[in-house]
Ligand binder design. Structure first.
Ligand SMILES: C[S@@+](CC[C@H](N)C(=O)[O-])C[C@H]1O[C@@H](n2cnc3c(N)ncnc32)[C@H](O)[C@@H]1O
Length: 172
């Protein structure tokens, strides 16, 4: 049980473009649980090379592909093979051709320095046990004028002990 709206209702509540939501195959929403809308934080230039750090089932890659257009390229990485397979399947079903999704085993991002115009992330950095490495890696792969736009979960107060030790509470 999530503490926030997920799937299609979540995307609507987070202010994603309704026209893009309606053109997205329903399969994206079966496993989509972003916590915010990284696209609301600034413009994405058509033709950009963009990375989704923790791409899940691929909905944010789909949205990015609409914004960057045919001359851009969208990349996704995820820790789990299951989500990588889902993202590839969903994006192919949606007709996206300019994408690449890879499985990673750690916070090390398998791309060269200065490769991306933009990195987005949605509800992932909070899951990383070593945020310093995560941010170093993100800034390593970003071009010097590149941008990071991410949505995430932050604690404002100490968690009650029964939640602090719960892996489920951490991810939901
Ligand atoms: C909230 S979902 C991402 C939402 C996604 N952007 C979408 O469009 O639905 C979180 C995903 O991040 C992945 N993840 C968690 N830690 C990660 C890490 N260090 N590197 C890459 N992926 C990670 C999880 O496997 C999960 O699929």
């Amino acid at each position: 049980m999530f503490q926030y709206l997920v799937g299609k209702e979540g995307a609507k509540a987070l202010g994603y473009d309704p026209a893009v939501i309606e053109t997205a195959p329903a399969q994206f929403f079966e496993s989509s649980c972003g916590v915010g809308n990284p696209f609301s934080l600034g413009m994405i230039k058509p033709g950009s090379t963009l990375l989704d750090f923790g791409c899940g089932a691929g909905f944010d890659i789909f949205v990015a592909s609409k914004l960057i257009g045919e001359n851009g390229r969208v990349f996704g990485i995820d820790l789990t093979e299951e989500m990588v397979q889902k993202a590839r399947k969903n994006l192919t079903l949606a007709g996206v051709i300019n994408f690449e999704v890879q499985k990673v085993d750690s916070d090390i991002i398998p791309y060269d320095d200065n490769f991306f115009d933009m990195v987005i992330s949605n509800g992932v950095i909070n899951l990383s046990p070593n945020k310093e490495v995560t941010f170093k890696e993100i800034y390593r792969v970003l071009k010097p004028d590149g941008k990071l736009q991410f949505a995430d979960v932050m604690l404002e107060n100490e968690l009650p002990a029964k939640l602090a030790g719960s892996a489920e509470a951490w991810s939901q």
